[in-house]
Design a protein around this ligand. Structure first.
Ligand SMILES: Cc1cc2nc3c(=O)[nH]c(=O)nc-3n(C[C@H](O)[C@H](O)[C@H](O)COP(=O)(O)OP(=O)(O)OC[C@H]3O[C@@H](n4cnc5c(N)ncnc54)[C@H](O)[C@@H]3O)c2cc1C
Length: 435
């Protein structure tokens, strides 16, 4: 066994599952706040999470006020955590979570048990692969998600294809473009089913610079090729061609397909455990403090929502650590009453937090213990209209939106109902009206 691999102890104050940006940020913050033993459990042989295999920038501006590539950024996060006294146990997978903050681990020396006072789940997300997207065709080589592509290029130093097609235009799709460029791969096109790209910030300039066309209102229909990908059949919506009532099918020769985005929570642990899971997304049900249905468990980072930037998850990790610290010191209200948010519209893909905990001490209003001050909402199609949170006939908060799938929509939490004096126990409704 590698001497550098630390074996997890039997007990600790806080156990953190996952050494990505959110887990490492939470761990470092807890040590800074004075928590004695903070253990990070990571299944891989190296800490840092997804950024480990992103050789491109930008990472680190929010956290270190410096521009790093993913690899350097991951090293810097691990370094900061270790320097502050965090113990990172590599090659240690959590295989079960139990009541009483008891974790079962698979480690290089066998199965072990770790008993913590509090646990933070930071296991991140994974992309939706081909099978779950129900794309027809054969099963040739050369079909990857962007995560798999980046680990093949950056960790295994291999080049899986020369002329792939990229499916999607999320931020991560442009990250794949950068990885292709790094490896000398020239994608032939990016396909986007909507009429504009999903990522913000005008990143389509990258596609222009690298001379990769973006085909809008276009879906992948079929993958052609027996041993290797030979072409893809695409489906272009009529309005994209200015010909009404027509759908055009076209064949694009290529030698690979990169499925990007459409992230889902890495929640296999949760599905087997006792925590409440949002059935529509697989994310853990959390309150505004990041607490799960068992208050010994918290969740943070991408595992609580689809992909955000590393800096966003890092900040969220720190904020959740502050809640965990407050909870260890008995300063966070125990559960009194929790109000569920029920979506009344099929266009809502998810909302986080899914429940609001009423607070006795009124700390929510003082801002002392706020992990989240907004709901994070995403829709499943391009929409224009008004979102509102209602309690019966009363509108508590509302916002006009013009959004695409996978884009984050922030909606203020309705602070006025968060006092425990409020005895209303009817769920709140998240309502959408199109315009
Ligand atoms: C391809 C790609 C490119 C990106 N490019 C950028 C970029 O340029 N800039 C930017 O700011 N952001 C970028 N991002 C987003 C950024 O990487 C994520 O926001 C960030 O990594 C999320 O951090 P996290 O800690 O929530 O999860 P992750 O980084 O996913 O970390 C989760 C960790 O948990 C571990 N884990 C999971 N299950 C277990 C278990 N059971 N036991 C033990 N360990 C477990 C995993 O091994 C992993 O290390 C990119 C994302 C992707 C997918």
């Amino acid at each position: 066994m590698n001497k550098d691999i630390i074996q997890p102890p039997e007990q600790c104050n806080v156990a953190i599952i996952g050494a990505g940006p959110s887990g490492l940020a939470a761990a470092t913050e807890l040590k800074k706040l004075g928590v004695e033993s903070v253990i990070v459990l990571e299944r891989e042989a190296q800490a840092g999470g997804i950024p480990r295999h992103c050789t491109h920038s930008p990472f680190g501006l929010r956290e270190f006020k410096r521009l790093y590539n993913g690899e350097r950024y991951a090293d810097e996060l691990s370094h900061q955590a270790i320097k502050s006294g965090v113990i990172i146990c590599l090659k240690s997978s959590v295989i079960a979570i139990n009541k009483g903050a008891i974790l079962e681990l698979s480690t290089p020396t066998g199965i072990r048990t770790l008993i913590a006072q509090k646990v933070i789940i930071c296991t991140g997300i994974r992309e939706t692969p081909r099978a779950n997207r129900l794309i027809s065709g054969q099963r040739p080589m050369g079909i990857l998600t962007s995560g798999a592509l980046q680990s093949i290029i950056h960790l295994k130093h291999k080049k899986p294809f020369q002329r792939p097609v990229i499916i999607g235009t999320e931020l991560v799709s442009f990250s794949s473009l950068l990885s292709c460029r790094y490896a000398g791969i020239k994608p032939i096109a990016m396909l986007e089913k909507n009429s504009r790209i999903t990522a913000k910030w005008g990143v389509q300039i990258l596609a222009k610079i690298f001379d990769v066309p973006i085909f809008y209102k276009t879906c992948l229909h079929n993958i052609i090729g027996k041993k290797e990908v030979e072409a893809v059949e695409i489906n272009i919506k009529c309005s994209a061609l200015k010909k009404k009532k027509e759908r055009i099918k076209k064949v694009l020769p290529c030698d690979g397909v990169i499925f990007t985005g459409e992230f889902v929570a890495e929640s296999s642990l949760l599905r087997m455990g006792h925590l409440d899971v949002d059935p529509s997304t697989g994310n853990p049900v959390i309150d505004q403090f990041g607490r799960c249905s068992d208050s010994d468990y918290f969740a943070t980072g991408n595992m609580t929502h689809p992909v955000e930037t590393a800096g966003y998850c890092w900040k969220q990790g720190r904020q959740t650590a502050q809640q965990v610290y407050a909870s260890l010191k008995g300063e966070l209200d125990p559960y009194q009453k929790r109000i569920h948010i029920i979506s009344t519209s099929p266009i809502i893909k998810y909302i986080v937090p899914q429940v609001l905990a009423l607070t006795v001490k009124g700390d929510y209003q003082s801002g002392k213990h706020i992990a989240m001050d907004c709901f994070q909402i995403r829709v499943n199609k391009a929409v224009k209209g008004r979102l509102s949170i209602r309690s019966g006939a009363k509108t508590l908060v509302q916002k006009k939106i013009n959004s695409l799938p996978e884009r984050r929509i922030n909606l203020k939490l309705p602070c006025s109902i968060l006092s425990a004096k409020n005895d209303a126990d009817i769920p709140l409704q998240l309502h959408f009206e199109s315009r």
